[in-house]
Design a protein around this ligand. Structure first.
Ligand SMILES: Cc1cc2nc3c(=O)[nH]c(=O)nc-3n(C[C@H](O)[C@H](O)[C@H](O)COP(=O)(O)O)c2cc1C
Length: 381
């Protein structure tokens, strides 16, 4: 039996169990992957101040994100095609998040639909929206998210154009996978994954197929999506989306203090400092590197969240110390899902919780809400 002690263990197991096409899709960054690497490497440069002989009884990581209580401030990030890491992946991840007491964010580009998640969970989840040219479709998506009682809308603004991931092109990424000889040979080594997929009907983009005009199957879908990402997107669009939605709004994909101010002006409740996990602008700064200036610019007016490169509870504590009210994890939960389904996502969250709890204790604190820059070694951030 494999003993899992870290997120890296989950990654290695996922690599064994998930078909190459989908493992690579989750794992990769764009072009040279320099931003993808910097996201995690920059966490390593930040050092803690170790403290001793402080009362460490009754510790808590509990906090809030956009006013919602969370067991720890770590949400599951919206990720496309999650139902291809494991059959019914979004449903399983949402269930694990609900049991743990952290938010789950469903991507527009998910395999399981908004309605699927609502039917399998009892607490509200969050929905992530990409702005497409078909505004009627967007209106309907927003209405569906409302009907499913989603409690926050995460509006992603950093995907008007698509960063290139070399491996996706080489692997001929598609959902479900095309049965080329190379793919069939690879699938034959992933029996668990194949049996799971044979047991579910959810193998296309659940939020889109059958809901967007002229999209009824996968081939019409790929031409639809490539034409649909909106090049003319502007802050004016954020206004109408906010109005139509009427609930809590989180703007995702902010890397610049100037854009952070515009996000505040748009009336959003929170923004996410994010470079899409190093999947879009290769050569952009790491998210943790961008965080302090954005907190400095707008941290008193709006909740600042961040994602990108978090692979441990230590990383999460560093982000909180630098002013993040909450963080999101993408690949860590996808590795858990690919490795062991729902149990793997729970394991991922437990690993991060235990690491965060002990790290906070080593820094001499008992309550996550007391964490600030004082726990970090000056000159290292
Ligand atoms: C496989 C994959 C798919 C993603 N799909 C989406 C998406 O559909 N919508 C979105 O806003 N962000 C998407 N992202 C970005 C994540 O929400 C998040 O910003 C990123 O994964 C954080 O970095 P991390 O993976 O290092 O934790 C995706 C990321 C990955 C790895």
């Amino acid at each position: 039996m494999t003993i899992i002690t870290s997120i890296e263990d989950l990654r290695l197991l996922a690599k064994k169990r998930v078909p190459r096409m989908f493992y690579d899709y989750a794992d990769a960054g764009s072009w040279t992957e320099s931003t993808y690497r910097a996201n995690n490497e920059d966490f390593g440069k930040i050092k803690f101040r170790q403290r001793v002989a402080v009362n460490l009884e009754n510790r808590t990581l509990a906090s809030t994100m956009v006013g919602e209580p969370v067991a720890m401030p770590v949400a599951l990030a919206p990720t496309g095609l999650t139902g291809m890491q494991h059959a019914d992946g979004e449903i399983l991840a949402a269930k694990a998040a609900e049991k743990f007491g952290v938010p789950f964010t469903l991507s527009t580009m998910s395999i399981c639909s908004i309605e699927d998640i609502a039917a399998h969970t009892s607490k509200p989840f969050w929905f992530q929206l990409y702005v497409m040219k078909d505004r009627e479709f967007i209106n309907r998506l927003i209405d569906r998210a409302k009907a499913a009682r989603c409690s926050a809308l995460v509006l992603t603004l950093d995907l008007q154009v698509l960063g290139q991931r070399h491996k996706d092109l080489r692997n001929g990424l598609s959902a479900p996978p095309k049965l080329t000889i190379a793919n069939m040979i690879n699938l034959a080594t992933k029996p668990r994954w194949c049996f799971g997929m044979l047991g579910t009907k959810r193998r296309g983009f659940g939020n889109i197929v059958g809901h967007a005009t002229s999209v009824s199957d996968m081939s019409s879908l790929s031409s639809w999506t490539s034409q649909q990402f909106d090049l003319s997107l502007s802050w004016k669009d954020v206004e109408w989306i906010k109005q139509r939605w009427g609930g809590k709004l989180i703007i995702k994909g902010i890397m610049d203090a100037e854009d952070a101010r515009l996000a505040v002006d748009s009336g959003a409740d929170a923004l996410i400092v994010s470079n899409h996990g190093g999947r879009q602008l290769d050569g952009a700064q790491s998210s943790i590197g961008a965080l302090p200036a954005i907190v400095e610019a707008v941290g008193r007016q709006i909740e600042v969240h961040m994602d990108g490169g978090i692979r441990s509870g230590q990383d999460m504590i560093k982000a909180v110390a630098l002013g993040a009210k909450g963080v999101y994890i993408g690949r860590p939960f996808l590795y858990g899902l690919g490795a062991m389904g729902e149990q793997g996502v729970s394991k991922c969250l437990e690993i991060i919780r235990n690491e965060a709890d002990l790290t906070m204790a080593f820094c001499g604190l008992r309550d996550l809400r007391d964490i600030d820059r004082n726990i970090l070694l000056p000159g290292t951030y």
